[in-house]
Write a new protein. Sequence first.
Length: 362
Amino acid sequence: MWRQLACRRLPSSRLLIPKPSPCTRYASRRFISQKISPHSGGYTTSKRVFTISIAFLAGLSIYFFLEDPIPRVVRSSLSSRHFVPSLVLSTEDSGPNSKLLKLAVPQCLIPPTNPGPIWSVYIKDDDIQVERAYTPLTGIDDRGHMTFWIRRYPNGEVGRWLHAKRPGDKVELRGPLTTWPWKENTWDEVVMISGGTGITPFIQLFNTVISKSNESSNTQFTLLHSSRTPEELPPTALLDPLLEYSAENPEKFKLHFFVDKETSSKRAASISQLNHLNTGRITDDVLQRFLKLKSEQPSWWSKIWYRSRLQGETERKILFLVCGPEPMIAAIAGPYGRNFSQGPIGGTLGRMGYSSNQVYKL
């Protein structure tokens, strides 16, 4: 604040330096002409005043005319090291306690390079200074627009705060942060298992990789998504591209939805007609059946046959990506480790014999 006031009073083209008084000029001439004896006992009062004045004016000049050592956020691109302002363009209800939220950052802040197929940004709640990571569904376009599917949870501070935003409001975010890197033709099959809004990284992967894969790509993708009711499934705007691509490319992309219980709503009837909706949770039997890993031999040696078949399946270079609520992740792949590290593989995939090289928790 003081620097701004000083800049207003002092034009940048000149610096008003007070004219030295006759006493000061006399002291200066005396200081130059007089030879100080090493045994003189130090400076006189006038010499001290002159030295302090010169030092003060030199420091004042450096402070006003040199560049500010603190980097200015408005001049740098979107970064994970600092927050930048973004504008709420639109909000749209998409189901019980969920919204589609579109944000925009200034074009000058758009990252110069693509951060990867799965990445997120942190959005900060200014009221309580808490941040949470959210995944842009289609990444960021040339205009700096990003769309998020955000659910409001009872204990989710940032989610409730974002649900109260209206077009024209401003929010601060930082990123991008790479969630998972992708390398072409590394895996024969990628199985994505999600619950709730945990599907958002896989929708981003679909928009950036799966839907744009060429004929030379040999990777097969399978998405298994679970919600409590049909009403809580992703909105139609997100589901339709997945369903259309799966119908046209069944050998590249397989899609299956699960709900804990069916309802009599219009949404449930429309989804059931697509033959993609299953009732029940994603359990051991479900994974084995949809991934074709379960043995149908009823004899006593079926366990030995199943084990040899599982070993053959692991040689297929299969990768499981799991994202969703922590209880679901723990049931499918084991809980997170300390500080949300990967931790050991457990749950369904652990019992099926898959290792940490084949399972990644988003």
